[in-house]
Design a protein around this ligand. Sequence first.
Ligand code: UD1
Ligand code: CA
Length: 454
Amino acid sequence: MNVVILAAGMGKRMQSALPKVLHPLAGKPLLSHVIDTAQGLSPGRLCVIYGHGGAAVLELLSRRPEKVAAALQEPQLGTGHAVMQALPELDETVPTLILYGDVPLTTAASLQALVDAAGSDKLAILTVEQDDPFGLGRIVRENGQIVRIVEQKDATEAERAIREINSGIMVAPTAKLKQWLATLSNNNAQGEYYLTDIVAKAVADGVAVVSAQPSAQWEVAGVNSKVQLAELERIHQGNIAHRLLEQGVTLLDPARIDVRGELVCGRDVTIDVGCVFEGKVELADGVSVGAHSVIVNARIAAGAVIKPFCHIEEAVVGAASIIGPYARLRPGTELAEDVHIGNFVEIKNSQIAAHSKANHLAYVGDATVGSRVNIGAGAITCNYDGANKFRTVIEDDAFIGSDSQLIAPVTVGAGATIGPGTTLSRNAPAGKLTVSRARQLTIENWTRPVKIKK
Ligand code: UD1
Ligand code: CA
């Protein structure tokens, strides 16, 4: 099968410099949704028709793992003209599926049903009954058989009353498609070459025209404005939430979760309201995520508790760990089991071994931290000298007193204690107390100043 994706329209109503098909839905460009779904059908050839914002569209295509052909449509003279631009890319011996780059949520199952309905020699149209069909092409039937499609602007009063609409998604026998496109005219209300005119040509040619229906209207809903984009985003997020619930995930409110990527959950996972998941996130058995947390490309092991308001990005959280509230785990954070990271603690590019704790107001960057280490409130690694980054090593059972600064590169030996307020610029030996602050002094006979009377 060939797939052609129409994506040359400019999307004026988006009111944006970004080409319409590159606007994200669930964190992914509209066009990428369509290409991903199309790839699920394993097409032999796939061609994207681009026009407005061409360079950005080509950039997106070049970042894909598979080869996607592209054809420029300039100027844009209608949907039929758009498909013509793809013809040199198509294999004439197999049918062609036509998709729209701004219709992101069609399911592979619906497309497969359409492809099956078309077989090798029929023209198949994905149609749907729409409560408000205004603006869309109407499916005209005689004795139940589709005979043509008429556009809103060309339709008679009677035709405008038809509620079965053309989604625009079709499958056509490719050799015939070429013939029909070659004979299109633009003699219509919009002066465009309408793809929809191939329907009447198929009927005249004795080619059977059939239809298939999607499971719901949203499958064929297009994005023409930010309003429609926001509506589809909610529908998509609702579908994802529904799927998670069916898998047994507890969502405190299925209307208040956003998944922009792939969220994989084990058994008995609980997610409170307002959480955002981006990229690939894995929540193992029994994980609970507190309200308003943002988790990006991360793995949270079994039984870990993420308290509210955490930001976790490219990090691994070990089993039974407790994170937050208000913790930030930056890229390269790897926490082993039963690690406690408390409020206003930031960890970056650091490994922290089992049973260690940093419960309050600390910064741990570029560090290797052993087991059962306690990092006190306000302690920080000084990992950056303004030009280069250096590592801090804190061995097992060390105790880092509050408000200490560990100036990397530096090592705190196993079981060492660093007194509070220490500025550690040399290695601290294992098992000993190291402290760098000035000795405490009490001034005898000192009196507080008193206000001078005027
Ligand atoms: C088209 C159909 C209409 C259908 C509707 C569904 C035609 C003539 N009409 O309407 O029956 O109900 O879609 O949304 O086909 N595009 C190009 N090049 C062009 C014109 C359009 O690539 O020259 C692309 C657009 O980027 C978009 C898609 O084709 O992805 C549909 O274009 P749009 O103008 O939204 O569709 P209509 O012509 O209004
Ligand atoms: Ca449209």
